[in-house]
Design a binder for this molecule. Structure first.
Ligand code: PMP
Length: 287
């Protein structure tokens, strides 16, 4: 069965879905996206993702072609039509296809935004192998633009970081700026020292992770101590444990940074516990 995708108001088999070669997402990376995970056919943290999408669009003055209610309905339709049990829904909205390639934005009254959604099935998403064994990361300089709070589709540098990690037999890269870790290529970064969870404070330097917000809320409810401040790679290497969060990896332990094993080299108890809480709570609150 061919996967059904959503493009500008229509549900189509993936092979029939088309976007213009003049689309500004294609030509200028002029677009934003969201990834919402699906557990047991239901959406995790949908409201948070919808709110961040609205903010990203607002910052770039891109019109949303759909209301939040329509967005939820499209997500649900795609999950049902593609029989997704565990996996994710990817959403992208771009500034649309102007008549010619031009750096200046087209008038939104003349050029409608493009909206695309598709699903990716990931059976057993919550039981991923990496959650059990942890991941190895390398550090790379953060060479992205400075508005990382906007979830744009300019993902070339993070892709390069990920490839560099893979070439070195690792799983991902943590990016550093002015000596401090900003975040992972597609996740937020945390360390744990003496029972304290340390993660970079929110600013334009990082994406405001929806999973981050939920995990920190659960950690506070479990009386864990949280410090929101930047940390260095050296501090991370000397930490008791480390982990990442994102919609598609939930909470995943980091067991090695630039070749240095953390603690005893196994996933640490705080990350493992937070993952359990996050997955349990997400299953309960998913819609
Ligand atoms: N930082 C970056 C750079 C990301 O790409 C992502 C995931 N898209 C995250 C953090 C995590 O955000 P979320 O928890 O909302 O998936």
């Amino acid at each position: 069965m061919s996967r059904m995708v959503y493009v500008d108001g229509a549900y189509l088999p993936e092979g029939k879905a088309k976007v213009s070669v003049f689309d500004r997402g294609f030509l200028f990376a002029d677009g934003v996206y969201e990834v919402t995970s699906v557990l047991d056919r239901r959406l995790v943290d949908f409201e948070g993702h919808a709110a961040r999408l609205a903010r990203s669009l607002g910052e770039l003055e891109i019109e949303s072609p759909v209301s939040d209610d329509e967005l939820l309905e499209i997500h649900r339709q795609l999950i049902a039509r593609n029989q997704v049990i565990d996996g994710l829904v990817y959403l992208q909205i771009t500034r649309g296809a102007a008549p010619d390639r031009d750096f200046a934005f087209p008038d939104p009254r003349e050029v409608p935004s493009t909206i695309v959604l598709f699903t990716q099935s990931k059976p057993g998403l919550a039981e991923a192998r990496q959650a059990k064994v942890g991941i190895k990361v390398i550090s790379v300089p953060d060479m992205r633009w400075k508005r990382r709070d906007i979830k744009t589709v300019q993902l070339l540098y993070p892709s390069m970081g990920k490839m560099l990690a893979k070439k070195q037999g690792c799983d991902d890269a943590w990016m550093t700026e002015d000596g401090f870790v900003t975040e992972g290529t597609s996740n937020n970064a945390y360390i744990v020292k003496d029972g304290r969870i340390i993660t970079r404070d929110l600013s334009n330097a990082i994406l405001h992770g929806i999973t981050r917000a939920a995990v920190l809320r659960f950690a506070r409810e479990a009386q864990m101590e949280i410090v929101e401040r930047p940390f260095t790679i050296e501090e991370a290497q000397a930490a008791d444990e480390a982990f990442i969060t994102s919609a598609s990896t939930f909470v995943t332990p980091v067991v090695e940074i630039d070749g240095i094993a953390l603690g005893n080299g196994n996933p640490g108890p705080v990350g493992v516990r937070l993952r359990e809480i996050y997955v349990d709570e997400s299953r309960k609150s998913a819609i």
